[in-house]
Design a protein around this ligand. Structure first.
Ligand SMILES: O=P(O)(O)OC[C@H]1O[C@@H](O)[C@H](O)[C@@H](O)[C@@H]1O
Length: 401
């Protein structure tokens, strides 16, 4: 788990309760004449910084300084590694003097553990801008992903039940080790119906998987009861990471800890929240072959330029590129889905009739959701004893004009 440093943030951070103006912070710390000095330094350094606005990362070599990096539209951010308050003899590299804020280490918590009303453990990740992700230990399921404006990006049914053992209808349930009914296990496998634990000591990942991110590591291990229904010992490690820009990454590492090989399928069954399904299009699947679950998994080839929706869809697109996008015209936003190790993409919307047959799904809710899952289904992944597989899914959202 990461620990928050002191940070300086800009205008839009004002409303976060862990952010206050530097001047107030310093006054609170009884340094009465500090404000003037800080602003004076800001003016000088700000002018220098302005000439670096097009650079992604700038390091300012001053006492107690941290890294300074630019963020499109947000200007500069400064990670201050020293302790603010004791001395004002530090240089504050910020562009605009009256928009300098400090995040208070005591009130800002990047990772919080809590329990829901059924006693199920939940993890809340929150980045400094206020974007957040909520994960349930039941299923290792992401239940919420919000922008820094508090806008929910995932769909959860109003009829969802949060009481184990069934998975919540919405968010990102993980289908493992089976997808759908392609095997002898329960629908979509059992990982989504099991309790996961927080993994305090996971094996290291590549620095890109944690640098600048807030994250939690979860772990699912097969129990003796699980081995009776699927006789393969595994460790499934899931890292859920929230980046500074609000993007959400799920990294799965699945290891065979048994003495014989096994094969599995996996899907991140992502319920995206959309304004109106009729106004949505999916790009990145053009010309691909797909298996149509509505026609006994018959194989077809996608013909259109982009996928649009006017009836039930339940397909597995095969061997896709590593990027797909969902354009939501009404909400004026685009979801980008980037994936590694996940060749297939499931697209699912139950539409009107099927919706009525799903107990934990509202009759009209199909209009406001679309499942687009990064997955490995058609060619199951085989692991020899001791082998590990890694799959990554990165979700981000951008405004579209
Ligand atoms: O109701 P469940 O088990 O969560 O599954 C929902 C849907 O998940 C989709 O991924 C499947 O392709 C559908 O066939 C299925 O109906």
């Amino acid at each position: 788990m990461q620990k928050a440093d002191d940070f300086f943030a800009k205008e839009q951070q004002k409303r976060r309760n862990w952010v206050k103006p530097v001047s107030k912070h310093v006054l609170d710390n009884n340094e009465k004449d500090s404000k003037k000095k800080i602003l004076a330094v800001v003016d000088a350094v700000g002018a220098v910084l302005a000439s670096y606005l097009d650079k992604p990362r700038v390091y300012i070599g001053c006492m107690k300084s941290g890294e300074v990096f630019s963020q499109p539209q947000l200007g500069f951010w400064y990670t201050f590694t020293g302790k603010l308050g004791k001395s004002v003899d530090f240089q504050l590299p910020k562009v605009i003097a009256d928009q300098v804020f400090v995040a208070d280490r005591d009130s800002y918590k990047a990772v919080e553990l809590a329990k829901d009303k059924h006693g199920v453990g939940q993890v809340l990740l929150r980045n400094l801008c206020g974007a957040s992700v909520r994960i349930s230990l039941h299923g290792g399921q992401v239940l919420s992903w919000k922008t820094d404006h508090g806008e929910e990006l995932l769909f959860i049914s109003s009829k969802a039940t949060f009481k184990p053992p069934t998975a919540v209808r919405g968010g990102i349930p993980i289908c493992f080790p089976q997808f759908g009914n392609r095997g002898n296990l329960e629908q979509h496998g059992y990982a989504r119906n099991r309790m996961w634990i927080v993994d305090d000591n996971p094996p290291p990942l590549h620095p890109n998987d944690f640098n600048g991110k807030i994250y939690i590591d979860l772990l699912l291990k097969s129990t003796d009861d699980d081995l009776k229904i699927w006789p393969h010992g595994f460790e499934f490690r899931l890292r859920v990471a929230l980046a500074f820009d609000g993007s959400l990454t799920l990294i799965s590492r699945i290891r065979n800890i048994n003495c014989k090989p096994f094969s599995f399928s996996i899907a991140y069954h992502t319920y995206f929240s959309v304004s109106d399904i009729s106004e949505v299009r999916v790009e990145g699947l053009e010309t691909l072959d797909y298996l149509d679950n509505l026609c006994n998994r018959e194989r077809f080839t996608e013909q259109g330029d982009a996928l649009t929706f006017e009836s039930e869809v339940d397909r597995v697109y095969l061997s896709s590129s590593d990027v797909a996008a969902i354009f939501d015209h009404e909400k004026k936003r685009t979801f980008l889905i980037k994936k590694e190790g996940l060749p297939d993409v499931v697209v699912w919307n139950p539409w009107e009739k099927k919706s009525k047959a799903i107990a934990d799904f509202g009759d009209e809710e199909y209009k406001h959701m679309l499942c687009v899952d990064g997955a490995a289904i058609e060619k199951p992944i085989t692991l020899k004893p001791g082998e590990e597989w890694t799959g990554r899914l990165e979700l981000s959202v951008t405004p579209t004009s």
